[in-house]
Design a protein around this ligand. Structure first.
Ligand code: HEM
Ligand code: HEM
Length: 189
């Protein structure tokens, strides 16, 4: 599998970033909601350590993905797509990237403002992003929760759009983002 994006398809690097981050985001949304609603037991603390650790891991992966993406353009959209459809798709993708950055940064800020020490994966101390500030905590929690819901809704729209392309428009938009498990007969090694 070519690591670079090609004239028509996403390359291996883009696909790996996409599916790894998508998997982590699903886990992260569930962990966030579970951690908040869990009764006050040691498990609640563990759920929050997982949530904060995976959140910071997502931040690192998204920054790497964006840096990689700058030098590797999006393969062209299917020819039947109208200009407004392409703009809408690009807009939703841009908003997804913004939220993928804003979620961990707001979580990191609220954790710092609330002055809660945490060791990522029980190993690495998370340095504060801002100083302790009780007045900042509530607006940051509200922002984190609202952006979490916005992200969940956008992901649902994104998935429906991918399925619409595959089953209704019957183009290759979804297939070209899927892992290529088998080589087609006649393809070189
Ligand atoms: C948490 C879940 C997900 C997130 C955050 C996410 C995010 C993104 C982003 C940011 C892009 C744009 C890539 C770029 O232009 O650099 C993208 C592309 C894409 N995503 Fe997702 N995605 C998720 C889940 C899914 C799922 C479950 C599917 C399939 C049902 C899917 C199908 C696609 C496809 C087909 C593309 C390529 C679209 C194109 O070629 O223009 N995504 N995704
Ligand atoms: C992509 C990254 C992240 C996502 C998608 C995410 C998502 C969520 C969600 C869905 C909730 C539950 C919201 C609710 O009550 O409905 C939550 C809560 C929370 N998250 Fe995150 N989060 C991320 C990163 C982080 C990070 C990096 C930290 C800290 C270092 C963090 C700290 C928290 C805290 C402290 C809460 C509880 C807020 C409260 O008091 O209600 N999150 N997060």
């Amino acid at each position: 599998m070519s690591q670079d994006n090609r004239a028509t398809d996403w390359g291996g690097t883009a696909k790996t970033f996409h599916w790894l981050i998508a998997f982590l985001i699903f886990a992260q949304l569930v962990l966030g909601w579970e951690a908040v609603h869990w009764p006050l037991t040691p498990t609640k603390i563990d759920l929050f350590v997982w949530h904060k650790s995976l959140g910071m891991l997502i931040l690192v992966l998204v920054v790497l993905r964006l840096l990689w993406r700058i030098g590797h353009p999006h393969p062209p959209y299917p020819a039947h797509m109208k200009t407004w459809e392409k703009r809408l798709a690009a807009g939703v993708h841009a908003l997804l990237y913004v939220l993928l950055l804003a979620m961990p940064i707001s979580g990191w800020m609220l954790n710092s403002a609330a002055h809660v020490p945490v060791r990522l994966f029980w190993l690495v101390p998370l340095p504060p992003l801002v100083g302790p500030d009780r007045a900042l905590v509530r607006p940051l929690v509200i922002a984190h929760v609202l952006m979490g819901w916005t992200l969940a809704v956008l992901i649902a729209v994104h998935i429906m759009a991918a399925l619409y392309h595959h089953f209704v428009r019957r183009d290759r938009l979804l297939v070209r983002m899927l892992p290529r498990l088998r080589r087609r007969a006649g393809e070189g090694v």
